[in-house]
Design a protein around this ligand. Structure first.
Ligand code: FE2
Length: 205
């Protein structure tokens, strides 16, 4: 007789560091809301929305890909993509990060953007200029080329056959408690002190 396995609901992944470790760029207070309320909220909503549907039992990645571009399941796409995007964002930062990449990633960035300075300027410009809520990413295209892309709202490169290497959350909830309307300060702080280049290099194909 086949055994019926209970399908595990999604859970909020543990942060890879203490809530205060990203200070002063990102305060423990911001983490308490951003991780503890926003990210947790996306996970909880997703669990409610997929219950009893064909998406129950799928991975976050599968849900993102299969629900993308389908208006009837837009709320499921939004919750799954936001759950995935946030987990990826937390993993791409560390205390004592920032600076410049090394090794293969440095070579790939120089190949596709010119100098690291050119990349940094392009990324900061995309993040500053992103209108409304969304994300800015360093992605690897299927042909191996690196590219800076901005996505609206919950949208994610996973839904567009691009491999994310790094992301910066530019929704206001990511920085408003710390720097209010000064989004460029948050972007500069992330680049100078938080971005984990080693994490991005590990993902490089
Ligand atoms: Fe966020």
């Amino acid at each position: 007789m086949p055994q019926i396995e209970a399908k595990a609901a999604f859970t909020l992944p543990k942060l890879p560091y203490d809530a205060g470790s990203l200070e002063p760029v990102i305060s423990a207070r911001t983490i308490s809301f951003h991780y503890g309320k926003h990210h947790a909220g996306y996970v909880n909503t997703l669990n409610k929305l997929v219950d009893g549907t064909a998406f129950a039992g799928m991975s976050l990645e599968q849900i993102v890909v299969q629900a993308s571009g389908k208006p009837a399941v837009r709320p499921i796409f939004n919750s799954a993509a936001q759950a995935w995007n946030h987990e990826f964002y937390w993993q791409g930062m560390r205390a004592g990060g920032g600076g410049e990449p090394t090794g293969r990633l440095k070579s790939a960035i120089e190949r596709d953007f010119g100098t690291f300075g050119d990349f940094r300027e392009g990324f900061a410009k995309a993040a500053t200029g992103k209108f409304g809520s969304g994300w800015v990413w360093l992605v690897e295209e299927t042909n191996g080329t690196l590219k800076i892309v901005a996505t609206d709202d919950a949208d994610t490169p996973l839904a567009h056959r691009q491999k994310p290497l790094l992301t910066l959350d530019v929704w206001e909830h990511a920085y408003y408690l710390d720097v209010q309307n000064r989004r460029p300060d948050y972007i500069a702080g992330w680049l100078e002190k938080l971005v984990d280049w080693r994490s991005a290099e590990r993902l490089l194909g």
